[in-house]
Design a protein around this ligand. Structure first.
Ligand code: SF4
Length: 352
């Protein structure tokens, strides 16, 4: 079992290792290697200056055994396949953690302009690098999902999307993709992730298409922080998020709805924890994740932003985890999605 303090350190300091399964850019936390620490999946930054290394299957801290087994996630077999029209499967969807298939169904975002984009986001970087395709077609996703389940034992799927200019903000294409994957692999649980759609009836459409859980990610509940870090996205008022979460809980059920809360954007820790408590009361799982400065984002290239301190991350994570445990809301209770995977957060190490 990994100590919470070690897991916090790994999330912030990363590890020096050559991981076969990596994501270099994209929406949300990236530049990570996917590994199992003490059997639990974790996405940790690959950094040449980290004090953590691996020898055999042991984690070392500055050369000494840290008391944890570590196993890099193997390169999945489906990465070697191509669609009939010649697109490599790993440009359509990728393995996250040990058994999650993840895709960004539309790799562009209407907010990805210099003055509107979220300052921590690199959604279009992997597109520019040629690592992915802009729009994943439902049939392509169905083909890749079937192969990932068959060849690599994938157990759940996460579909996120850049925000479209339409009123649905990208949710309708997600629904089409879910429908196609469910037709091909009916038993594969799927989480969709999107902004609050303009018409809340779209949430029902997503559920009826077959989505099992949903992430509606606000990243911060502090309007001051939102305006500074997410100038475009913060134009969607928090009231709209609350209405969407509430309707999503009605449609998907308690603890099948989640939201990212990033730690380290300059928020007040007490306010973050009390905001998380309100989310939990609504039936929404606050997926607490450290802000990570990633190359290619405005946060690094322009702002020179730093990751939160270990003490700050551990304090907030422990307090939110205690609230989750008291409410008996666990990531493992979600059918699919980031909270079910847990690799990008320290919450699961704290028993949430
Ligand atoms: S927590 Fe979410 S983003 Fe992180 S590895 Fe798991 S599925 Fe991917």
């Amino acid at each position: 079992m990994t100590e919470v303090s070690t897991r916090v350190d790994l999330a912030l300091l990363g590890i020096r290792v050559d991981a076969p399964v990596q994501r270099r850019a994209g929406a949300g936390p990236s530049d990570d290697g996917h590994m199992l620490f003490g059997g639990a999946g974790a996405a940790v930054p690959i950094r040449s200056d980290s004090p953590y290394t691996v020898r055999g299957n042991r984690l070392l801290f500055e050369g000494s055994d840290a008391g944890v087994s570590v196993e890099p996630v193997r390169r999945p077999r489906f990465y070697d396949l191509r669609t009939a029209d010649g697109i490599a499967y790993d440009r359509i969807a990728r393995l996250h953690g040990a058994d999650v298939l993840a895709t960004t169904v539309v790799q562009t975002c209407v907010r990805y302009t210099e003055d509107q984009r979220c300052r921590f986001c690199a959604i279009e970087a992997s597109l520019t690098a040629g690592d992915t395709v802009a729009v994943k077609r439902p049939g392509q996703l169905a083909e890749v999902a079937a192969a990932a389940v068959r060849l690599d034992g994938v157990r759940q799927m996460v579909m996120t999307t850049g925000t479209s200019a339409g009123r649905d903000r990208g949710a309708r294409h997600l629904a089409r993709c879910v429908r196609a994957v469910k037709a091909a692999v009916p038993g594969l649980p799927i989480q969709v992730q999107c902004e609050p759609p303009g018409d809340l009836g779209t949430l029902r459409e997503l559920r009826e298409a077959g989505a099992d859980s949903i992430g509606i990610h606000v990243e911060s509940l502090d309007d001051r922080v939102r305006a500074r870090w997410m100038p475009g996205k913060s134009t969607v008022p928090l009231a709209e998020y609350r209405a969407a979460w509430s309707e999503a809980v009605r449609v998907f059920g308690r603890n099948q709805v989640s939201t990212y809360l990033l730690v380290g954007l300059g928020e007040d820790p007490d306010e973050l924890v009390s905001g998380a408590r309100e989310l939990i009361e609504m039936g929404v799982y606050p997926f607490v994740v450290p802000f990570r400065p990633l190359n290619g984002t405005l946060a690094v290239d322009v702002d020179g932003a730093q990751a939160p301190s270990a003490q700050h991350l551990e304090d907030v994570t422990r307090r939110v985890a205690a609230e989750l445990r008291a409410a008996e809301m666990f990531g493992s209770g979600q059918k699919a999605g980031c909270a079910a995977c847990g690799a990008c957060s320290v919450l699961q190490t704290t028993g949430a």
